[in-house]
Design a protein around this ligand. Structure first.
Ligand SMILES: C[S@@+](CC[C@H](N)C(=O)[O-])C[C@H]1O[C@@H](n2cnc3c(N)ncnc32)[C@H](O)[C@@H]1O
Length: 297
């Protein structure tokens, strides 16, 4: 299958998969905390690795956010451009009053709710580090990104940017299990999984965060798994899920191509068969992940 792989389209297709997978207990705990804090003004949120802005849409859709300021960071300029387009389209569709304050700053208002959204194509960790101990932020959001970062370095800066009692909501943290089915070859399937995990910064970020949070000054308010469990529905995969699965298979391909331990021909055949399984509505895919809500002391 000839597909053009676009990271922005992948992140858009991931929104629905995440919606199905996000841990509802952790999301419920976040909702309860935000409800209590709804009167605090102005409520300040920072999102690390905002991608194309799907978390902002999700939180607005669920009416979870208190009024205030939301700073969304992503190191990719293309993601931020796409996030801006998506949020404006979203706000129009949902009847928000929209005011463009600057090229990447927009004011959204609906009823008694208002939000100033600022989009930055910058490294969030560097920015947070440079404001060390600013204690200015009520909520930090980090979805599917702590597993890409050096957590040991990033977490102290994230905690320091939070006000005392501030919250860190970190969802979709990968935790060391990838499964592709149906089985092609038991041994080679397991080998691919192991080799793929070795290409990651820390393939067990999900569980490793648990001890980091336990040892930090604060409290885990809620934790639970948020596994992606994908299987063909009765009517077959929709176009977005197909795209998502092809993208994931391509990610594995790109990660392993050229690795001396991986036989090139065997890999190519395996990848081809996995793509065919998507097109034939046969592929099964699981990724194990964790969500956390942590409150700083
Ligand atoms: C897997 S994506 C997740 C995007 C989004 N949170 C979501 O769940 O759809 C990770 C994102 O983090 C961004 N990213 C990685 N390191 C970053 C950093 N230090 N600061 C800001 N963004 C970062 C990447 O550009 C990418 O868009």
């Amino acid at each position: 299958m000839d597909l053009e792989y676009s990271y922005q389209r992948y992140l858009a297709s991931k929104k629905y998969i995440d919606d199905l997978s996000l841990n509802q207990r952790v999301l419920g705990a976040l909702s309860a905390e935000l409800n209590v804090r709804n009167t605090e003004r102005p409520f300040k949120t920072i999102e690390i690795g905002a991608g194309v802005g799907t978390m902002i849409e999700r939180l607005l859709e669920a009416e979870l956010m208190p009024s205030g300021e939301y700073e969304a960071f992503d190191i990719s300029r293309k993601n931020i451009e796409e996030a801006k387009k998506r949020i404006i389209a979203f706000a129009k569709k949902h009847d928000y009053v929209i005011e463009n304050l600057a090229p990447y700053e927009v004011f959204l208002k609906k009823g008694s709710f208002s939000m100033t959204l600022k989009l930055y194509d910058q490294d969030a960790v560097e920015i947070i580090k440079s404001q060390e101990k600013s204690e200015s932020t009520d909520l930090v959001i980090a979805q599917a990104v702590l597993d890409l970062l050096n957590v040991e370095e990033a977490l102290p800066s994230i905690f320091a940017t939070l006000k005392p009692g501030g919250l860190l909501y970190s969802s979709i943290n990968f935790d060391g299990v990838t499964y592709f089915g149906p089985t092609i070859d038991h041994e080679f399937d397991a080998f691919i999984e192991e080799q793929y995990h070795q290409t990651m910064f820390d393939s067990k970020t999900g569980r490793n965060l648990l001890s980091r949070f336990v040892d930090s000054e604060g409290e885990i308010l809620s934790v639970g798994s948020s596994d992606w469990v994908i299987y063909p529905p009765a009517l077959g995969y929709d176009a977005d899920t197909q795209y998502f699965l092809h993208y994931i298979i391509n990610t594995v391909h790109e990660a392993l191509i050229g690795k001396p331990k991986v036989d090139k021909q065997q890999l190519e055949l395996w990848i081809k068969e996995r793509h065919e399984q998507v097109d034939g509505d046969k592929l099964l895919y699981i990724a194990h992940q964790f969500d956390y809500l942590f409150k700083r002391s």
